[in-house]
Design a binder for this molecule. Structure first.
Ligand code: MG
Length: 382
């Protein structure tokens, strides 16, 4: 299987290469393409070990450096500017790009009629109405590389009559580092505090999103887009151990859950090998050690981002694009020290007041929505 990895120097990209490296079957996967924004050292060493045909680097200065270095060691590797070129070479594209920047990879992969192993939830959230028709391209399919949606994908395989048999989807949330804290006690938390995720090791953007519950809110929209389930039939349950990755409740009262220790390599391997099961195992549970699984209701007053996401999802059109863009601006500003953690939902809420109710028909409509939302969000952070 020919695999291309967009965002190969990020957390998902690196773990995908670990999955590929750990397979026991020789020549099962060939890495045909890698892409990064600007991480020169990492992508050069990845290219030297995996020998892809193409390496795409978005940043021009970084691209020049990568080309110079690979020319000396691996002159056959072509260095290009655009990660959308990867889809043509691959059977599956892993989209591990961070944020809205991943949209072009999502679009190009589906247009090429290839499997998209999707870790970039923002592209589906922001551009749902534009991405949906591309999923009908012959050969195109999305296998989610998000632990919750991978879990739901697996649970749904137990039904022969989806959606008829479905009662609801139950997305689990760890609750993040601030679970159980009051709104008052969270007024002055630091960036370092927000980056301390209790169960998952992930990139900074998604870790902050987990601390605000925006990650779960985005995942609610992602689940709606991926599985075509209405917002009324998507619930969120806090589960601090992150072992039950999500559940599906059927109309006969049965709940099917997927369990494993938290390890993103499992969803990555699942997406590569679907419909087969990977021969490498990840996140195996030691049942002698596992003593309890807890569940509780999310605190929607303290973690307001969850309901902001439900609201945007229900409005539809470009509202999720606005929500996601405003959130990216707020999180970047917080990470740079320009905003309090407790102000993140306020910035998003204030930005959403300017949403113009557009129904997107083209990618350009999405780009415009993204840009407008960012402009408003920047103004709100000032
Ligand atoms: Mg997730």
């Amino acid at each position: 299987m020919r695999v291309a990895i967009a965002g190969s120097t990020g957390s998902i990209g690196k773990q995908t290469l670990e999955v590929i490296r750990s397979t026991r079957e020789v020549d099962k996967y060939q890495v045909v393409g890698l892409s990064a924004n600007s991480s020169v050292v990492d992508i050069v060493s990845q290219a030297q070990s995996f020998k892809p045909a193409v390496v795409a680097i978005a940043d021009p200065a970084a691209r020049k450096k990568v080309a110079e270095r690979l020319k000396l060691t691996d002159p056959k590797i072509e260095v290009v500017d655009d990660a959308t070129q990867l889809a043509a070479l691959a059977d599956v594209v892993v989209n591990g790009v961070v944020g809205f920047a991943g949209l072009s990879v999502t679009m190009s992969t589906l247009k090429s009629g290839k499997r998209l192993a999707l870790a970039n939830k923002e592209s589906l959230i922001a551009a749902g109405p534009v991405v949906a028709p591309l999923r009908k391209t012959a050969g195109a399919e999305i296998i989610p590389v998000d632990s919750e949606h991978c879990a739901i994908h697996q649970c749904l395989r137990s039904s022969q009559n989806f959606p008829r048999d479905l009662s609801r989807l139950l997305l689990t949330a760890s609750g993040g580092p601030f679970r159980g804290r009051s709104r008052d006690s969270l007024k002055d938390v630091s960036v370092a505090d927000a980056l301390k995720h209790p169960t998952w090791s992930m990139g900074p953007k998604i870790t902050i999103d987990s601390s605000t519950l925006m990650n779960k809110g985005l995942e609610v929209i992602e689940a709606h887009e991926l599985f075509g389930v209405s917002y009324d039939a998507i619930s969120v349950v806090v589960h601090p151990q992150s072992i039950v990755h999500s559940m599906v409740e059927f109309r006969d009262g049965t709940t099917i859950a997927q369990l494993s220790m938290p390890d993103m390599k499992l969803p990555i391997a699942y997406a590569l090998d679907y419909p087969n099961r990977s021969t490498s195992s990840f996140g195996v549970i030691d049942w002698a050690e596992l003593s309890r699984l807890d569940f509780e209701k999310p605190d929607r007053d303290t973690f307001r981002c969850l309901d902001l996401a439900y609201q945007a999802g229900r409005i539809g059109g470009t509202a999720p694009a606005w929500l996601s863009a405003a959130n990216e601006v707020a999180v970047e500003t917080f990470l740079a020290g320009g905003l309090k953690w407790s102000e993140i939902p306020s910035i998003i809420e204030a930005t959403m007041q300017h949403h113009d109710g557009q129904i997107p028909k083209t990618v350009d409509d999405i780009l415009v929505a993204d840009r407008m939302a960012r402009e408003w969000a920047m103004k709100e952070t000032k």
